[in-house]
Design a protein around this ligand. Structure first.
Ligand code: NAD
Length: 244
C-alpha cells in the first residue's frame, strides 16, 4: 500500500531539507514528482523543478499550472516551504510577523488554492502540510514561528473538513528538531556550534536530532493510499517531544 506508482506529486520547498527528502522518497515509491522552490536547481533528477515564491500569488499560480501540465495532473500536494524566526513578542517587528505569516501560512493557502481544481480530478487526492512541534509545545524564543505553525495546524483541520466530501484528504506532520540545512545554518551562527548541537540533541527525548528521511516517511504514508481513511490528523515525528 506504500506503492505510489501512477500518482503525481508537487512538493513546495522541495529543493532542500525535509522537502527534498520527501520529494526523493515519493519518487522512489513510484510517484512522478515536481518541486516548487525559490531555487529548484539543486533538486536532482528525476525531480522536475519549478521556480516560485509561495509569498507571491502570481508565481505560485504559474508554477502550479506548469507543474500540473508537466505531470499530466496532480494527486499529492505537500505544502512544506517555510521560514523561521527567533524571539519573544518583544523581539520581532510587525514587518517580520507579516513576512513569516505570509510564507508559512498564506503560502499554503496560495498553493492549495492553485492546486485544488486539479486535486478534485484525482481519485487519490491528498494534501500534507509541514507543521511543527512548535504548534503545540510552547517553545521559548519562538513566539512568531510558533504562531505561524499553530495557524498551519488549525488550517489543516479546517481544510480537512472542507474537502473530505470531495475526496481530498488533508493532514500534517509535526517534526521535532530535524537535521536539515536550516538547522545547520542555525548551528553555524551559534558561538559554539558543537555545544549548540549537543543542546538541541538533549532537548529531544530520544537523544538525537530527527532525520529528514524520518519526516519524509511520515509524509509519504499520509500522502499515499495506505492512509486512505486518515484526514484531519497531525502526526508527530519528534522523538517524544510533544508528549513531555
Ligand atoms: P530548509 O531551509 O532546509 O528548506 C526549506 C526550503 O523551502 C528551501 O529549499 C527554500 O528555498 C524553500 N523556501 C523557503 N521560502 C520559500 C518561499 N517563499 N517560496 C518557495 N520556497 C521557499 O528547511 P527545512 O528544515 O527542510 O524546513 C522545511 C519545513 O519544515 C518548513 O516549513 C519548516 O518550518 C518545517 N520544520 C522544520 C524543522 C527543522 O527542525 N528543520 C522542524 C519543524 C518544522
Amino acid at each position: 500500500m506504500n506503492d505510489l506508482h501512477g500518482l503525481r506529486a508537487l512538493v513546495t520547498g522541495g529543493a532542500s531539507g525535509i522537502g527534498l527528502a520527501t520529494a526523493t522518497l515519493l519518487a522512489e515509491r513510484g510517484a512522478q514528482v515536481a518541486v516548487l522552490d525559490l531555487d529548484p536547481s539543486t533538486a536532482p533528477k528525476p525531480l522536475l523543478g519549478f521556480t516560485a515564491d509561495v509569498s507571491d500569488d502570481a508565481s505560485v499560480r504559474a508554477a502550479v499550472a506548469a507543474a500540473v501540465e508537466a505531470l499530466g495532473g496532480l494527486d499529492i500536494l505537500v505544502n512544506n516551504a517555510g521560514i523561521g524566526a527567533a524571539g519573544t513578542v518583544e523581539d520581532n517587528p510587525d514587518e517580520q510577523w507579516h513576512r513569516v505569516l505570509d510564507v508559512n501560512v498564506l503560502g499554503i493557502v496560495r498553493t492549495t488554492r492553485a492546486a485544488l481544481p486539479h486535486l478534485r480530478r484525482s481519485a487519490h487526492a491528498a494534501i500534507v502540510n509541514t507543521c511543527s512541534i512548535a504548534a503545540t509545545a510552547g517553545l521559548p524564543q519562538r513566539a512568531l514561528y510558533s504562531a505561524s505553525k499553530g495557524a498551519v495546524l488549525s488550517l489543516t483541520l479546517a481544510m480537512a473538513a472542507d474537502h473530505v466530501r470531495e475526496g481530498i484528504r488533508v493532514n500534517c506532520v509535526n517534526p521535532g528538531t530535524v537535521d536539515t540545512p536550516w538547522v545547520g545554518r542555525l548551528l553555524d551562527a551559534a558561538p559554539d556550534p558543537a555545544a549548540e548541537r549537543a543542546a538541541l540533541q538533549a532537548r529531544q527525548p530520544h537523544g538525537r536530532l530527527v532525520s529528514a528521511d524520518e519526516i519524509a516517511a511520515a509524509v509519504a504514508y499520509l500522502a499515499g493510499p495506505a492512509a486512505g481513511s486518515t484526514t484531519g490528523t497531525s502526526l508527530a515525528v519528534d522523538g517524544g517531544m510533544a508528549g513531555l
